[in-house]
Design a protein around this ligand. Structure first.
Ligand code: MN
Length: 235
């Protein structure tokens, strides 16, 4: 007799560079407006409003390791589908009330990722005081390049960039993060227990914009594997 009354869901997972074993994804936390210039382009004042959090479901993750052939379909119900290049933190050791000065000890590795966004749905929800889920937490909304494990990557500085169809759209430096990586880990862990398998998308710099079917998206963070995929026809 089976342990479950329906088929057991598969644990989402992503590739790790140099490993055949995969990184299991437990939750996806996301930071909103963590670069001042992006907060301003969204019509907000970063001096008055600090960054904040939202989430995506674990199975929104897309393993972008096989980037030559990866196609992500244009999602339903949007006419304004946006790219947001982001550094993602992969948590290897959980904890509560993690101090900033040892926060990086909880990191398994880092990856380049894109927070795909149905901007029209997100802004409509924002302006009505409704949750962001329909704009942010839809299927296939979190493509992730292979995780680079270890602590030799320095998340306090380094170029982060994204181009669409060969045109540079986003270009900034991790040193511009309002909440740096150690702060993000510490702040989340004050509110809920971080656990192994949690991913944290740390926010996007300025230059977000629309992507259309047939366009190639490429992005990177210095020191990590690039991410690359093509936007397919509407799902
Ligand atoms: Mn984002």
């Amino acid at each position: 007799m089976s342990e479950f009354v329906i088929e057991k869901p598969v644990i989402p997972s992503v590739a790790v560079e140099g490993e055949t074993a995969r990184f299991p994804v437990r939750r996806i936390f996301c930071v909103g407006r963590n670069y001042a210039a992006h907060a301003r382009e969204m019509g907000k004042d970063p001096e008055r409003e600090p960054p904040f959090f939202f989430t995506k479901p674990a199975d929104a993750v897309v393993d972008a390791a096989d980037s030559d052939s990866l196609s992500i379909p244009y999602p339903p119900e949007t006419e304004n589908f946006h790219h947001e290049i982001e550094l993602t933190i992969a948590i290897g050791t959980g904890g509560t009330n993690i101090r900033q000065d040892n926060a990086l000890d909880h990191v398994y590795g880092y990856a380049t990722s894109v927070d795909l966004t149905r901007r029209d749905l997100q802004l409509a929800a924002r302006d009505k005081g409704r949750p962001w889920d329909w704009g942010k937490a839809f299927d296939l909304s979190a493509p992730l390049a292979p995780i680079r494990k270890g602590t030799d990557f320095d998340p306090t500085s380094g170029r982060i960039w994204l181009e669409v169809a060969g045109e540079m759209r986003q270009e900034a430096d991790l040193s511009e993060l309002i909440w740096p990586v150690a702060d993000v880990i510490s702040i989340i862990s004050q509110s809920m227990t971080l656990k192994p398998g949690d991913l944290i998308m740390t926010g996007t710099p300025a230059g977000v914009g629309a992507i259309r079917p047939g366009q190639k998206v490429r992005g990177g963070v210095d020191g990590l594997a690039d991410i690359e995929f093509t936007i397919g026809e509407r799902a």
